[in-house]
Design a protein around this ligand. Structure first.
Ligand code: SER
Length: 316
């Protein structure tokens, strides 16, 4: 079985991806890395690693004979607008370090996610095609477009098998996201279950693609398992599960928790970011090339979140 290294292992996607990969390849075959320690559970291997520290990164990859890297360390959209230089450094230099360490160490596969943020105000917002105008005007999106291109460059020119999807907003109940524009969806569940009112920082009718975490993990693993001969693209596959507006989610939660009160007060920075992202992506390329199909729609996601989140509320 291959040894896998995960960066950003303490983050929203990383923490759950580590568990999923441990189940697939065994606990001792997954090396979790982050600058923030991971709550250590039965045998999890954790190494403190700043993705900007290329030397240490390369040492770890060599020491553990790493065969696959899942690169989840990144600064999300709203946090990136507050500190664009830091976001550029982590998102770009971190990604370049991952790709280049993979090249020099002969790592067989690399996963680097992109995002709906890789689109911008001049992109067609409905049924956003796989290949279209990408002129994002927020720094996070700028780093995501550059990361997509860098991934393709390493595939074509350096022979590194780098793969990735454009994730929509991810909804999950185990680890809070931090500094994203789509975080409101999780905040709404947390407030509703705590019997607190919630004021959403996006306008009620802001439509964005979203996905429940189990589908996000499946997308990643299914793409990494795909036979490379069936892939026309490698990086930046559009993937989506359902389209959500804050008003639609509040109403869906109120069906189960009728006392939930949601108000709306747009934050100009996050509203501008959300307005520049697609209302709905076309994910046909992912469906055709590697069989992508989401399992959770809005209703089944809401039901599962309301069942699972109460046991983890203290983490939020
Ligand atoms: N969920 C991310 C964010 O809101 C998008 O990739 O920043």
């Amino acid at each position: 079985m291959s040894t896998i290294l995960v960066t950003g292992a303490s983050g929203q996607i990383g923490s759950e991806l580590v568990r999923e990969l441990q189940q697939r390849v065994g606990i001792s075959s997954v090396i979790s890395t982050d600058i923030k320690p991971l709550p250590l559970e039965n045998g999890t291997i954790f190494k403190k690693l700043d993705v900007l520290d290329r030397r240490k990164f390369e040492e770890l990859v060599r020491e553990y004979h790493v065969e696959e890297i899942y690169h989840l360390a990144a600064i999300l959209s709203a946090a990136a607008e507050k500190n664009p230089i830091l976001a550029w450094n982590i998102n770009m230099t971190g990604t370049l370090n991952v790709l280049d360490v993979a090249r020099v160490c002969g790592v067989s596969k690399v996963f680097i996610p992109s995002s709906i943020a890789a689109f911008g105000p001049s992109t067609p917002l409905d049924h956003t095609p796989q290949t279209t105008i990408q002129r994002p005007n927020a720094i996070y999106g700028i780093t995501k477009v550059a990361g997509e291109l860098l991934g393709d460059y390493y595939v074509e020119k350096m022979g590194v098998d780098c793969r990735g999807v454009r994730y929509p907003g991810i909804i999950s109940y185990l680890t809070p996201p931090g500094g994203g524009t789509t975080d409101y969806a999780i905040d709404m569940f947390v407030s509703a279950l705590r019997k607190e009112p919630y004021t959403c920082y996006l306008s009620p009718d802001t439509s964005l693609d979203m996905m429940y975490m189990p589908d996000a993990l499946r997308a990643c693993i299914q793409l990494m398992d795909a036979d490379s001969t069936s892939l026309l693209h490698h990086n930046a596959f559009n993937v989506t599960a359902f389209q959500l507006t804050p008003a639609r989610l509040a109403a869906a939660i109120q069906e189960y928790i009728p006392s939930f009160v949601c108000a709306f007060e747009s934050d100009p920075v996050r509203q501008a970011i959300a307005d520049s992202w697609p209302n709905s992506m076309d994910d046909q390329a992912a469906r055709t090339e590697w069989g992508w199909e989401p399992r959770f729609d809005l209703d089944s996601m809401v039901q599962d979140m309301l069942q699972q989140l109460p046991a983890h509320l203290s983490l939020f």
